[in-house]
Design a protein around this ligand. Structure first.
Ligand code: SF4
Ligand code: SF4
Length: 175
């Protein structure tokens, strides 16, 4: 299975999750808080896919992204965000597809989106310390999702403690 087909399957699963939790989710086009402050960790395969999307952009959009990359700062706005919209949306990394959902990242720890704290997703069922509903019982961290991809393709490295992918923050990939 290639990465693009894997993403199609992933998007179907995530759409089901977004639908299941729709009463607590307020994501919409033009809401870009989650793209304005972050590290955006992603792997080499995701970066290559982003670049595939970048190559397809028109020259003016490419130039705008280039300008953003020139001024990129750690923990700041993603350079692919233009006019509050993702310029490479179909090619965005896994973390951007998952972001907005609340899920168990281990038995006891629940990850909620950054925007919960500004009154957006899950805010009405978040006490400030804990979530008051049952979150998704699946670890949706990028590394887990990529491990699923590896398993599906059975290209497990000889050292089973290592994955085939390297994860770095977007800032580190681009500078
Ligand atoms: S995750 Fe939060 S900030 Fe991002 S689009 Fe959804 S509601 Fe907006
Ligand atoms: S790649 Fe797109 S969705 Fe992800 S942080 Fe950047 S602008 Fe937002």
């Amino acid at each position: 299975m290639d990465y693009e087909s894997f993403l199609k399957e992933l998007d179907i699963k995530l759409a089901d999750y977004f639908n299941e939790y729709k009463d607590f989710i307020c994501c919409k086009v033009g809401c870009s808080y989650c793209c304005e402050k972050g590290d955006y960790p992603l792997s080499d395969i995701e970066l290559r896919y982003i670049m595939k999307g970048y190559i397809e952009l028109d020259n003016i959009t490419k130039q705008a992204v280039q300008n953003n990359i020139k001024n990129i700062k750690k923990g700041s706005t993603c350079p692919f965000l233009l006019d509050k919209k993702c310029s490479i949306y179909p090619f965005r990394p896994i973390i951007c597809r998952v972001h907005g959902l609340a899920y168990f990242c281990n038995e006891n720890i629940v990850k909620v989106p950054h925007c919960t704290n500004i009154g957006k997703n899950y805010a009405k069922v978040y006490s400030g310390e804990e979530i008051l509903i049952e979150p998704i019982n699946e670890n949706l961290d990028t590394i887990n999702i990529l491990n699923e991809f590896i398993t599906k393709n059975q290209f497990i490295s000889s050292d089973s403690s290592k994955t085939t992918f390297e994860i770095r923050n977007l800032f580190d990939w681009l500078t």
